[in-house]
Design a protein around this ligand. Structure first.
Ligand SMILES: [Zn+2]
Length: 246
């Protein structure tokens, strides 16, 4: 309990010092598309972390442990499902970090929208996205790390075609891998034990994923992805990047 109170006051002081946007000064959460993200703030590390998919519980536990040990600010979505309710539909929060991606995300489960309502929803997301990203993105010295889990088919081979470099290790499961947007970070991770791809150029079709926005903002970004349930591996991958990247 004491540590929770401490975290709250650390967060509060962070907002009092650092925020000049319209977020409330006395809240310990931010919102995106109506979804709430609770913040865990530990110390003054410049690194930022995000857990965006509520059904990927292994990643959540790995991240909580990691921030406790290494510090930084972590954003945790308050949802138990991958998609969250928005307007009259549901959306994947990791598909709305561009207007183009948001357009497809909004139409995925609800193809038909009344005249102008889709545009208005997109305008609203544009505004919220900017405020959210201004809080989420790290300063120049920091790294933004997203943690994800996969359930069955998704693996590193699917990322090959949109990657500039690929390092696949024989003794690693292809479903446990890292996506990286910075070439120097890639070189370091590629020389270590884990699978990694470099994606430092925006794709032809932006699907609204956070990684493309990180590239546009020239932010060092990592997606640490493992099979659901592989807590030890995900912890070890987080540990590896914390110890080896400056
Ligand atoms: Zn995910």
């Amino acid at each position: 309990m004491l540590s929770r109170i401490l975290l709250f006051f650390l967060f509060l002081s962070f907002f009092l010092e650092a925020r000049d946007n319209d977020y409330s000064l006395n809240s310990s959460f931010v919102t995106l598309a109506g979804a709430r993200f609770n913040l865990l703030n530990n110390g003054d590390s410049p690194d930022r972390y995000i857990w965006l998919h509520g059904d990927e519980q292994t990643a959540k536990i790995a991240l909580e442990d990691h921030v406790e040990e290494y510090g930084g600010i972590a954003f945790f979505v308050q949802s138990s499902t991958r998609e969250v309710p928005f307007k009259s539909t549901i959306i994947d929060l990791n598909r709305i970090f561009s207007r183009e991606g948001a357009y497809h995300a909004l139409k995925k489960f609800q193809p038909y929208w009344k005249p102008h309502t889709l545009d208005r929803a997109l305008d609203e997301l544009d505004e919220e996205r900017d405020s959210f990203l201004n809080v989420l993105m790290p300063s120049e010295s920091g790294i933004l790390i997203a943690v994800h889990n996969n359930f069955r088919g998704y693996n590193i081979n699917i990322e090959k075609s949109r990657s500039q470099r690929v390092s696949i290790k024989d003794n690693q499961n292809p479903r446990d891998f890292i996506i990286c947007t910075n070439k120097d970070d890639y070189e370091i991770i590629a020389s270590g034990p884990y699978n990694v791809v470099l994606q430092n150029q925006p794709p032809e079709n932006d699907d609204g994923s956070l990684s493309w926005e990180a590239i546009r903002r020239n932010v060092r970004y990592l997606n640490i992805e493992t099979r659901l349930g592989q807590l030890l591996i995900q912890r070890a991958m987080l540990d590896y990047v914390a110890k080896n990247l400056d």
